[in-house]
Write a protein that binds this ligand. Structure first.
Ligand SMILES: Cc1ncc(C[n+]2csc(CCOP(=O)(O)OP(=O)(O)O)c2C)c(N)n1
Ligand code: SF4
Length: 281
């Protein structure tokens, strides 16, 4: 794999920067950070060959907490940045991390088209079903009946199902993990990075401050006990029956990543004179 240095043995701690996370004590994002570091150690990637791109949110602070290159960008814009980077520098391992608000509200359109484009990057959604950073507004994945001071009685909206949308849009690897199962999540992240094309890992991550009831996820999440299927119909069935708390790999497709089938440029100048003529006034 590109980015491995056979002369160095990396450990999880080598990917942890000396910047202390300012997440609330008990926040699930700590577990995802630990899982990412373990996955990178498992893959033995040189931190100088890895880029972590993010948008805005508590979750999106994660690039600063790694020793990899990072880009803490604009709200919802982590995916297009990462795609451009991977196309320009295919030798780098590109990982995108951020929240459900960042990825599915303001970044929703980019999410769908990133799945379609299927560039070889890995997207970790740190899903706490709420906007943590801006103090607890409902996000697209929040259950419609979640009652809060900011949304009395709940939104009444059908929650967005990101893995189903990703599958239908063309993502090539799908999994769900949990911040409380660091080892299990690390394995899923490593699998996603190894798999060619657009990989997405939905990492459930309790926001203990604005959704304290999510602490119960440690008792409610459960393993699917299954490996990923390469069968699109089977993956669709699994996601149709999904309770949202089932963990494990789901889908492992064989679409060729974007970039690997783009024809090399064979000319340096395109003749557009016939188009100029057509639009001449
Ligand atoms: C263009 C723009 N709109 C709105 C905001 C305000 N804002 C910052 S973070 C955020 C949501 C964060 O929620 P999420 O992505 O779920 O991450 P979390 O904080 O829960 O980890 C919003 C709406 C912003 N920074 N920029
Ligand atoms: S507000 Fe929620 S998501 Fe943000 S750091 Fe605190 S617990 Fe984590």
């Amino acid at each position: 794999m590109d980015g491995c240095n056979p002369d160095v043995k990396y450990e999880a701690k080598n990917y942890k920067s000396d910047v202390n996370p300012i997440w609330c004590p008990g926040c699930g994002h700590f577990g995802i950070h630990a899982a990412l570091n373990r996955a990178l150690a498992d893959l033995q990637l040189d931190p100088a060959k890895v880029v972590v791109s993010s948008g805005i949110g508590c979750s999106s602070r994660i690039p600063a907490y790694t020793t990899c290159y990072g880009f803490h960008g604009l709200h919802g814009r982590a995916l297009p940045l990462a795609i451009g980077l991977k196309l320009a520098r295919p030798d780098l391992t590109v990982i995108v991390a951020g929240g459900d608000g960042d990825g599915f509200s303001i970044g929703g359109n980019h999410f769908m088209h990133a799945c379609r484009r299927n560039v070889d990057i890995t997207y970790i959604v740190m899903d706490n079903e709420v906007y943590g950073m801006t103090k607890g507004q409902p996000s697209p994945t929040t259950p419609g009946d979640w009652d809060s001071d900011l949304q009395p009685g709940g939104t009444g909206l059908h929650p967005f199902r990101p893995l189903g949308v990703a599958l239908q849009s063309g993502a090539n690897f799908l999994a769900r993990g949990f911040s409380g199962d660091v080892n299990g999540l690390a394995k899923l992240i490593a699998q996603g990075v190894r798999h060619p094309g657009f990989s997405m890992i939905q990492a459930l991550s309790p926001c203990v401050t604005f959704r304290p009831e999510e602490r119960e996820w440690k008792n409610q999440t459960h393993s699917s006990g299954m490996g990923a299927t390469a069968d699109f119909q089977e993956a669709s069935r699994r996601l149709a029956d999904d309770d949202g708390l089932t963990l494990g790999p789901i889908y492992s497709g064989d679409r060729k990543p974007y970039g690997s089938r783009v024809a090399p440029l064979t000319h340096t100048k395109t003749d557009l004179s016939h188009i100029e003529q057509e639009f001449k006034i």
